[in-house]
Ligand binder design. Structure first.
Ligand code: G3H
Ligand code: 13P
Ligand code: NA
Ligand code: ZN
Length: 328
């Protein structure tokens, strides 16, 4: 059934696990996530970015997710809009039937300029008023995502700035988070704790302290009833990069967020863990390998199948690693 995100995250909090939220753009990605959930007994959060809605078109995104519901009627599923840039965008998603929306008021409507705190409060509050009337969950974001290794804000996918920032600027302030929750009444809060979007997060292999775990703990203490969300949570598995490069790709050396650090974050209140890049890497590696080894093949189903399978393996791994097994 279609459920609100609040319902799933409340259950995750009561039972001490985290739920990966997978970005989807097409049929094969939706199928991969659903099969992984079925095989592990996990609840599902499917999320569509603005880019996904532009790529597939809103009706296709909506009906792909409705098809998932029809094909897997027993799996609790959240249809979430990722990074809504304005109350109007969130209103549109609610109209389409999304059961959860993110109002990312940490940036202005252009998706680039860092917004003032007052702007963020205002647009988020507005979306909460609108969404809660129809039982729709609201995720907001406070702070500037960015890497504590490079001290640079997140510039991937137009989510922010690439100028150098201070540690304090790159971390969500616990006091401000408490005020934000009080003033907006939102359900889930994306926090800046050292992650950034995309494949190029860290240039050196993380040695165990890439996330600001203490900060997560402090924020959780101040807002225990608000579910914490971690964006930019791909782990960038080295074997996937190696596969891409072995079969003709040219990706630079890069590292993601180690799964063990995410597991630590889950202990301190992180409940929704956003993953897009790992699925992209898995599918690209599988397609490159298949096409390199089968030069005579031209039926797209032949190469989409291994891509879908590789995506499923990533999703299954995360469901198990984050404690979702049998929680659906
Ligand atoms: O929010 C970031 C996700 O990775 C979506 O990326 O905007 O390229 O679809 P996208
Ligand atoms: P990754 O790029 O690390 O997969 O993060 C995705 C994300 O946060 C989507 O909102
Ligand atoms: Na932000
Ligand atoms: Zn994100």
């Amino acid at each position: 059934p279609l459920v609100s995100m609040r319902e799933l995250l409340d259950h995750a909090a009561e039972n001490g696990y985290g739920i990966p939220a997978f970005n989807v753009n097409n049929l094969e990605q939706v199928q991969a996530v659903m099969e992984a959930a079925k095989e592990t007994g996990a609840p599902v959060i499917l999320q569509a970015s603005a880019g996904a809605r532009k790529y597939a078109g809103e009706p296709f995104i909506k009906h792909l997710i409705l098809a998932a519901l029809e094909s897997y009627p027993d799996i609790p599923l959240v249809m979430h809009q990722d990074h809504g840039q304005s109350p109007a965008v969130c209103e549109g998603a609610i109209g389409l039937g999304f059961s959860s929306v993110m109002m990312d008021g940490s940036l202005e409507a252009d998706g680039k300029t860092i917004a003032s705190y007052d702007y963020n409060v205002e647009v988020t509050r507005k979306v909460v008023d609108m969404a809660h009337k129809s039982g729709v969950t609201v995720e907001g974001e406070l702070g500037c995502l960015g890497s504590l290794e490079t001290m640079k804000g997140d510039k991937e996918d137009g989510h922010g700035t690439d100028s150098t920032m201070t540690r304090e600027q790159l971390l969500t302030d616990p006091e401000q988070a408490a005020d934000f929750v009080k003033r907006t009444q939102l359900d889930a809060l994306a926090i800046a704790i050292g992650t950034s979007h995309g494949a190029y997060k860290f240039s050196r292999k993380p040695t165990g302290d890439i996330l600001a775990i203490d900060r997560i703990r402090e924020i959780n203490k101040r807002i225990p009833n608000t579910h914490l969300v971690m964006h930019g949570s791909s782990s960038v598995p080295q074997e996937l990069l190696a596969m891409i490069n072995q079969y003709g790709g040219k990706m630079k050396e890069t590292y993601g967020v180690p799964v063990e650090e995410i597991q630590e974050a889950i202990k301190f209140g992180v409940r929704k863990i956003n993953i897009d890049t790992d699925i992209r890497l898995a599918m690209t590696g599988a397609v490159r390998k298949f096409l390199a080894e089968n030069l005579d093949k031209f039926d797209m189903r032949d190469w989409m199948k291994p891509a879908r399978e590789a995506a499923k393996q990533v999703c299954k791994a995360r469901y198990l690693q984050f404690g979702c097994e049998g929680q659906a």
